[in-house]
Design a protein around this ligand. Structure first.
Ligand SMILES: Nc1ncnc2c1ncn2[C@@H]1O[C@H](COP(=O)(O)OP(=O)(O)OP(=O)(O)O)[C@@H](O)[C@H]1O
Ligand SMILES: [Mg+2]
Length: 500
């Protein structure tokens, strides 16, 4: 056994002995004083004084008998709105440092390096392990309260959401003479180490709020995020791409800057453009570039503004919060407009479907504006909010004004530069004699083809030799572009005939 471990074990054993020896000697002292005083005083007077003394000094006496203090670190903190970061950090620290000594363990899938069949072991409920820090021994307890009770929360979901009260916590026990050491040095050390371990083991996550049940503890569920898109594979104008990457770098490194200018550390991106131009692909590339998690918000699954706020509060830093197709999610644009008398009459004539009405989202534009830009938006920091839309003109200007959506990025049809990147990705070529044909066709402003369509032409269809494959794919693309050009010409000819 290595000497360091032997020393730690000896220290822990000494700590346990000391813990009980301390209590024993204090108890013996109290008993001694008791036995000396009791024969000297009349019984009633004795009981009166002792009773008063005990009532006044019960806390101090308890301190004499048990000089140990506890600190509880709960899984949920802040009115059960937020999952506690400190709890997660303590969990990581303990699983790394002390879990080996525990006899009952909880298993979770290991994070990084393909996770696969590896497990991360943490302390099971009711377990106690010790740790030694700068010569002081402390004890950690994993406790679970509530026993899985469920109850209605007055906080969220308009009183409708039911929560599982099975709350977990770590309880840290230490001698009161180590109080300053534990509070000033040990706990910060646990958080620091825990954070570093979490970062090392981190496996990026793709969260969703859709499809959850009312009994779920967190509003989010997740899978591992494994999208392979990067800025290298994203086809768009290189200058525009560099501008976005610089912007992301400035954001990631901008903690102090945002604090100095008095702005919450968050940034909004609006990605707009026709279907198949790479908006979702861009979000994946951003997440991979920054090494952030993604929270994909399904607005239609959010019942009320309060639920929406809770969702945002439960997101963690280093994340991208995405609302795709914001124009279709819920009627955010219509909420502020007056209904026409005709529409109001039609709605009144319609039979009321109570079940449908119940399930409909009641999220409003002001609710959404509040979470992305109001006081709540500053909770946590280091968050990017991304909206995507195919119809930027349909959105309420308040939703996309600068400050909320700081950067508007248009994802557009394929140009020759974009095509070259796709050809490099899909066919691994930088040049080909058919490139000239593609260039002249793409320069024709009337021909509109999305990167998704071009990618489909360049996609490998069968296992032919590389050179044949490239030629076949490019020929197929040229044919499709020529067909589009011909179609346009025919339409234009028809329009001219009609005009005449
Ligand atoms: N700019 C691009 N660079 C690389 N691949 C692209 C690009 N645009 C589209 N693609 C390819 O086309 C497919 C569809 O793209 P994507 O889903 O990102 O489009 P979108 O703009 O989000 O469309 P929608 O508006 O319908 O959601 C992707 O799987 C990707 O392979
Ligand atoms: Mg998309």
């Amino acid at each position: 056994m290595p000497a360091a471990r032997r020393m730690r074990r000896a220290a822990a054993a000494a700590g346990v002995v000391e813990r009980f020896a301390g209590m024993g000697s204090a108890l013996a002292g109290v008993m001694f004083v008791w036995s000396m005083l009791s024969p000297l005083l009349p019984r009633q007077l004795f009981e009166h004084f002792v009773g008063r003394f005990l009532r006044r000094h019960a806390r101090r006496l308890a301190g004499l008998v048990d000089p140990y203090l506890t600190v509880t670190i709960s899984e949920h903190c802040g009115e059960r709105m937020k999952l506690g970061d400190v709890y997660e950090q303590a969990k990581a620290y303990l699983s790394h440092r002390c879990a080996r000594r525990a006899r009952s363990l909880r298993a979770e899938r290991a994070a990084r390096d393909g996770g696969g069949d590896r497990f991360l072991l943490t302390m099971g409920d009711g377990e106690e392990v010790y740790d030694v820090f700068q010569g002081a021994t402390v004890w950690w307890n994993s406790v679970s309260s509530g026993g899985g009770r469920r109850y209605e929360s007055p906080w969220f979901g308009g009183g409708g959401v039911v929560y599982d009260d099975d709350r977990r916590a770590y309880r840290l026990l230490f001698h009161r003479r180590h109080r300053d050491l534990v509070v000033d040095s040990y706990l910060p050390h646990v958080c620091r180490e825990g954070r570093a371990i979490m970062l090392r083991n981190r496996r990026r996550k793709l969260f969703t709020n859709a499809g959850g049940d009312r009994y779920r503890k967190s509003a989010w569920s997740y899978v591992a995020f494994e999208h392979p898109s990067t800025f290298d594979t994203l086809a768009m104008d290189p200058a525009k791409k560099k501008d976005i990457m610089d912007d992301l770098d400035a954001f990631r490194d901008g903690k102090d800057y945002y604090a100095r200018i008095g702005k919450a550390w968050k940034r909004g991106y609006l990605l707009h453009g026709p279907p198949g131009t790479g908006k979702s692909t861009m979000i994946a590339a951003m997440a991979n570039y920054l090494d952030y998690d993604i929270y994909d918000v399904e607005l239609t699954s959010v019942a009320t503004n309060t639920d929406l706020r809770r969702l945002f509060i439960e997101t963690k830093g280093k994340s991208i919060i995405v609302i795709e197709d914001i124009d279709c999610s819920v009627d955010l644009t219509g909420k502020r407009k007056k209904r026409s008398p005709h529409a109001a009459a039609a709605a009144a004539a319609e039979p009321v479907d109570a079940a449908k009405d119940e399930s409909a989202s009641k999220v409003t534009l002001s609710g959404l504006l509040n979470v992305i830009d109001g006081l709540w938006s500053a909770c946590g920091g280091e968050r990017i909010v991304v909206f995507t839309t195919n119809h930027v003109g349909k959105l309420d200007p308040a939703l996309i004004r600068r400050g909320r959506m700081d950067k508007h990025i248009e994802m557009s049809y394929c140009c020759f530069e974009t095509f070259k990147i796709l050809a490099k990705n899909y066919l691994a070529i930088d040049a080909h004699h058919l490139f000239d044909d593609v260039r002249s066709l793409l320069q024709d402003a009337r021909i509109k083809i999305t990167p998704a369509d071009v990618a489909e032409h360049l996609m490998r269809k069968c296992a032919t030799a590389a050179a044949d494959e490239a030629a076949a794919c490019l020929a197929s693309l040229v044919k499709a572009l020529e067909k589009k050009a011909k179609g346009k010409e025919t339409v234009e000819e028809e329009e001219t005939v009609v005009d005449e």
